[in-house]
Design a protein around this ligand. Structure first.
Ligand SMILES: *Cc1c(COP(=O)(O)O)cnc(C)c1O
Length: 406
């Protein structure tokens, strides 16, 4: 009886959301009401392991005590001042972020897409004022299969038809090259090119890892041609791939670094663009802004979120656990799996076309208490919070094996 009522509650909440929300998502039929660490609970009291981590916005896990404590303390002080005045959290936040990443300056925003837009404005103005590109002609090179967010400018340079269709007209000034092809990048640079915007691993695009040496070549080409290397590490950054930033895997430093997602610890949206003063100084008062960017609540939460990543050495955990987990997934030798790929705890399991799409596998995982989401039809993404324990991963491996070998 009790479970029946609970099941009814799931159904009515799913129906309510379907009725009153735009249908721009197709979620699994699970209604969550509580989260802690790597676990979430639905309204029926059933516990699940979160293997998506809100697309890597929860690297520190759900409601990490240190982040929640910082948020609560700041809620009792001041939450929003606007940038018309200073607040006592933003300066320390940006200093700590610059120290952790090795850049001279940062510009705080809220969502990832806003930070990407900010980077686009930054590199264009840098191109006009410092590189002498002709007014209005600046060009940014992007990668096929990219994902940088959902604003009209950003979807305008997406190669994904569904992201674009029906939403034009789009902003000009973008040129596309294949991801992972450094020669194509070198060939695409013109006198108008100001920057190359890329993800070190294409996460939304299906966890696509570029060939070894690609990032190094990109760095060389950007140096030779005098264009800005712009790394979107919103999903790959802050420990996810086994390094603080995925670019570190090849020992390269981008000119412009874009961060978001886990910078807010899953508690609050916080994003930022990082660069040295040579770039950042093109912004003058009034050039750019955000009502909420750099607000004291965001800054206090981001400071705590960053501290957790560094203090708990989450990049190292992702490296060690991810390497082991990926080997185990390969060892399952499932007849339905075409490829297992990724880095750290950003892992994609590509289902063979002949075995159908990834969605039914995600539904079967859900029945076994594992929440994962398909991306690009064929790929199951496994990206649990980086605070996950080895034993927990070991336990779910048995369930994953059943689903993938069934
Ligand atoms: C999620 C994501 C974005 C967009 O972030 P939002 O906060 O959803 O706007 C941009 N780039 C990458 C690589 C992402 O993964």
């Amino acid at each position: 009886m009790a479970t029946e009522i609970a099941a009814d509650r799931t159904e009515s909440l799913v129906e309510e959301a379907a009725r009153f929300s735009a249908s721009n998502y197709h979620p699994l039929d699970v209604v969550l009401e509580r989260g802690e660490g790597v676990w979430v609970w639905d309204v029926e009291g059933k516990r699940y392991l979160d293997m998506l981590s809100a697309y890597s916005a929860l690297n520190q896990g759900h409601r990490h005590p240190a982040i929640v404590r910082a948020a609560k303390a700041q809620l009792d002080r001041v939450t929003l001042t606007s940038r018309a005045f200073h607040n006592d959290q933003m300066g320390p936040f940006l200093r700590e972020l610059c120290e952790a990443t090795g850049y001279e300056q940062a510009l705080p925003m809220n969502t990832g897409a806003e930070a990407v837009e900010t980077a686009i404005k930054l590199v264009r103005k840098w191109g006009y004022t410092k590189k002498g590109v002709n007014g209005g002609r600046a060009e940014i090179i992007v990668c096929r299969n990219n994902f940088h967010g959902r604003t009209t400018t950003i979807v305008g340079f997406s190669s994904e038809h569904q992201y674009r269709d029906g939403f034009g007209p789009f902003a000009p000034g973008f040129r596309e090259v294949p991801f992972g092809d450094a020669d194509a990048l070198a060939a695409a640079v013109t006198q108008h090119t100001v920057g190359f915007l890329f993800e070190p691993i294409q996460a939304e695009g299906g966890v696509i890892v570029p060939p070894a040496g690609y990032l190094k070549r990109v760095r060389e080409i950007c140096d030779q041609k005098g264009i800005a290397m712009m790394a979107d590490e919103i999903q790959t950054g802050l420990g996810r791939t086994g390094r603080l930033f995925a670019c570190e895997w090849e020992g390269v430093r981008a000119d412009i670094l874009i961060v978001g997602k886990s910078l807010g610890g899953g508690v609050y949206p916080v994003s930022a663009v990082l660069a040295d003063a040579e770039f950042m100084e093109v912004f003058k008062p009034g050039d750019h802004g955000s009502t909420f960017g750099g607000n004291p609540l965001a800054a206090a939460i981001a400071r705590a979120s960053l501290r957790v990543i560094l203090d708990e050495d989450l990049p190292k955990r992702a490296d060690e656990l991810g390497g082991w987990f990926m080997r185990e997934l390969v060892a399952l030798d499932s007849p339905h799996v075409a490829e297992v790929r990724g880095k750290g705890l950003l892992i994609g399991v590509e289902i063979r076309e002949s075995s159908g799409t990834a969605r039914p596998y995600c539904e079967a995982l859900k029945e076994r208490g594992i929440l994962a989401k398909e991306t690009h039809g064929q790929v199951i993404r496994f990206a649990p919070p980086l605070v996950i324990e080895t034993e927990t991963l070991q336990e779910v491996l048995a369930d994953i094996a059943e689903v993938l070998q069934g």
